[in-house]
Ligand binder design. Structure first.
Ligand SMILES: Cc1cc2nc3c(=O)[nH]c(=O)nc-3n(C[C@H](O)[C@H](O)[C@H](O)COP(=O)(O)O)c2cc1C
Length: 316
């Protein structure tokens, strides 16, 4: 922790904040103290997807302390994966109880489990005595209603969780509406656990609002705000840089591009990944971004892509 007395955690964002992004980000920006990796699904016992394990392997994650996240609801499969991670040296893991996507929720995973506190109870009662890793949980207020969490909090209180990360929306809300600060305040009164705030911190003023409202919280998780504006954690922590910000963003982009080039097989894959990020960077970092962003997203070759990217910097 620095003199700011609070910790900024990079949120897990599947398809964005993989190990490549986390490492390149850490080479170019400061202010983020740790990360939670995008989820790894349990896949039955004796089956582990090497590409997913590569994402959280400690040797590859020395630049930014990263907690792997597991999505699943079968205790034995969870224990199998948690044990495997522990053997790799991973002492801390996170359980995903927040994923809002209906395909996942229908299978009673992610936010789909939030309506069933008794199932979560059995899960934790079975899993916790059998794993050596410390466990934290990331959750929403509920699947369908923001009141569901109040039946769950007493269950979570029974167990020695490392912390609970709350994104104060319901699952069916997806990312619509705004984070519910009143409900979050009520959560704080009804749990014994350490709570991390997560949701809609997109600039200094939205950070200041939650920082002032929830003075007992010292950990803030930020996702889309950092994708949109990689300088955000530095701004929040008042880190001063004398380097030109356009050049810093260019260098970050080019480094990320070069690193993804080594991983993604075809040019479409590579530019596809980068275009996904531009959907956030465009509105987040540039003034008149609409036309230049459209041109980046339309670009059909690497040369065209790079040409269009060069042009957008004139609008920063
Ligand atoms: C594209 C995308 C992918 C996400 N992937 C995950 C994930 O793998 N695990 C998870 O717990 N949350 C995931 N989330 C939710 C974020 O971690 C975070 O809770 C949410 O975006 C709210 O925080 P923010 O407003 O700071 O972005 C994802 C969100 C988005 C938009």
């Amino acid at each position: 922790m620095d003199q700011n007395n609070f910790i900024i955690v990079l949120a897990p964002l599947q398809g964005f904040t993989d190990v490549t992004y986390r490492n390149v980000f850490s080479d170019h920006f400061s202010g983020v103290d740790e990360a939670v990796a995008p989820f790894i699904s349990t896949m039955g016992q004796k089956r582990l997807k090497p590409s997913r394990i590569k994402d959280i392997i400690p040797e590859n994650n020395k630049k930014l302390f990263t907690t792997p996240q597991i999505l699943g609801n079968i205790p034995e499969d969870f224990i199998f994966l948690a044990d495997h991670l522990y053997e790799m040296g991973i002492k801390k893991i996170n359980w995903n109880l927040g994923c809002p996507h209906s395909k996942i929720a229908k299978k009673m995973k992610g936010s789909g489990l939030l309506m069933y506190p008794e199932k979560i109870d059995v899960f934790l009662e079975t899993v916790l005595p059998k794993i050596s890793n410390r466990l934290s949980v990331k959750l929403r207020l509920g699947r369908r209603s923001k009141h569901e969490i109040f039946d769950l909090l007493p269950v979570l209180d029974k167990y020695p969780l490392d912390e609970i990360i709350i994104h104060p929306r319901t699952g069916i809300q997806m990312y619509e509406g705004i984070s519910d600060h009143d409900a979050f305040a009520k959560v704080l009164l009804n749990t014994r656990h350490k709570v991390v705030y997560n949701g809609d911190i997109k600039d200094l003023s939205s950070f200041n609002i939650v920082h002032e409202k929830f003075s007992g919280i010292n950990k803030f998780m930020i996702g889309r705000g950092i994708l949109s504006n990689p300088f955000l954690a530095e701004t929040i922590k008042d880190v001063i840089s004398d380097q030109d910000s356009v050049q810093r963003l260019k260098d970050f982009h080019d480094d990320l591009f070069e690193n993804y080039k080594k991983i993604f097989s075809g040019p479409g894959h590579l530019t596809g990944r980068m275009k996904g990020l531009w959907n956030y960077l465009g509105p987040g970092c540039f003034k008149e971004y609409k036309k230049p962003l459209k041109n980046i997203l339309k670009s059909s070759s690497i040369v065209k892509y790079q040409d269009m990217v060069e042009r957008i910097y004139h609008h920063m």
